[in-house]
Design a protein around this ligand. Structure first.
Ligand SMILES: O=C(O)c1cccc(C(=O)CC[C@H]2O[C@@H](n3cnc4c(=O)[nH]cnc43)[C@H](O)[C@@H]2O)c1
Ligand SMILES: [Zn+2]
Length: 353
């Protein structure tokens, strides 16, 4: 019997459709997904931190003047994660929040360097994320996979450490599928990371660097050429280069678009100026993602609602966006078929009510 996925009493509007739609999330950061409840719980445990313990005060704390300010605040939250149990709790709660939004599959970007350099034992770190991943899949049905990213601004020492953690067979977690590069882009040239991406790719990992979030289209070209990017994190400035858009479309390199993030970090001035429409018009495979949802006051559901407004989409259009994320994911064929089938069934049932 086909599972009844649509609640027949749900109001017939797009928000309710999005809420129940099975989804995949491809660009969401581990620490950046900590809910206000978890952040305040951790802040209360560590009173030496400047992070507020009152969840309401976090709204102000999470208001950013620019990208550099965002990274400062981000690292203050990283400082709250001090034990393997903190890592496990955070990971498990992030999975719970994703499951509540009908996220069936998520690739979570984790920065192991930030934890190991703060003294968390590397073996205990891997065990904590894997334990949470398995529990989340068993209890919520949400499949989690990892992207380990280099915090580029921390330099080649961070690149070496991240590559070691991602490729050492004794450490590398089962859920690891990809290798990334995050943090500020200004002054952090992509080509210097080529040897590290080469090693990660040789070890079977997919390449998914951030590029073109806070710098121009040349950074995206560099990510494609030097880091052999298979997807681009953000890629916002690609809109400034028609040849680049054509290249992304022709080679079916997806963009991981995170509209609210780009406003919150002031990378883009207003949502109406966001280039997502230009990406779609150029034929680029667009996926919609939440990046650091509580820090940006958003959710994946809200990002779909924003994208639907900017792209003027109805239910079928939103379902196509959800299917783009499945297509762009590193799930195996059986997993993709299963989630795509769920999206189709849900949409057909919704439209037939
Ligand atoms: O951990 C450290 O000690 C450290 C030292 C120097 C620099 C850094 C970083 O730059 C960490 C950046 C951190 O930010 C994460 N992140 C979250 N959201 C985004 C985004 O929208 N764009 C780029 N990076 C983002 C990223 O995963 C890194 O963990 C750290
Ligand atoms: Zn990101």
């Amino acid at each position: 019997m086909t599972e009844q996925l649509v609640d027949p009493r749900a109001p017939r509007d797009l928000k309710a459709f999005i809420a129940g739609l099975p989804k995949a999330e491809l660009h969401v950061h581990h620490v950046g997904s900590a809910s206000p409840r978890i952040v305040s719980e951790l802040a209360a445990r560590h009173p030496d931190s400047k992070v507020p313990t009152d969840p309401e005060a976090l709204v102000d704390y999470f208001t950013f003047t620019d990208f550099a300010h965002f990274i400062d605040v981000y690292l203050s939250v990283v400082d709250l994660i001090r034990t393997p149990e903190d890592v496990r709790l955070l990971t498990y709660e992030v999975a719970r929040d994703l499951a509540r939004q009908q996220v069936r599959y998520a690739e979570l970007t984790i920065t192991p360097f930030s934890s190991t350099r703060r003294g968390i034992d590397e073996r205990a770190f891997m065990d904590a994320i894997e334990d949470a991943r398995k529990a989340a899949e068993a209890e919520f049905g949400t499949v989690l996979r990892w992207c380990f990213d280099i915090p580029g601004e921390a330099g080649l020492e961070a690149a070496e450490e991240t590559t070691r953690l991602a490729t050492d067979d004794r450490l590398r977690p089962e859920g690891l599928v990809s290798f990334g590069l995050g943090g500020p882009e200004v002054g952090v040239e992509r080509p210097q990371f080529k040897p590290y991406f080469d090693r990660a790719i040789a070890a079977g990992l997919h390449s998914v660097p951030h590029a073109g979030e806070t710098t121009g289209p040349q950074t995206v070209w560099d990510a494609l050429t030097h880091l052999r990017a298979e997807r681009i994190g953000h890629g916002t400035s690609s809109a400034q280069d028609p040849k680049l858009l054509a290249h992304l479309a022709e080679h079916r390199i997806p963009l991981e678009v995170c509209p609210t993030s780009n406003i919150a970090t002031r990378a883009v001035r207003t949502l109406d100026e966001h280039p997502i429409k230009e990406f779609v018009r150029a034929g680029v495979l667009v996926t919609v993602n939440s990046d650091d949802p509580p820090m940006f006051g958003t959710t994946l559901e809200n990002e779909y609602a924003v994208a639907a407004r900017l792209l003027d989409l109805d239910e079928r259009g939103v379902a196509e966006l959800a299917k783009n994320a499945v297509e762009a994911s590193f799930l195996d064929t059986a997993g993709r078929t299963r989630i795509t089938g769920e999206i189709d069934t849900y949409t057909a049932q919704w439209l037939a009510r």
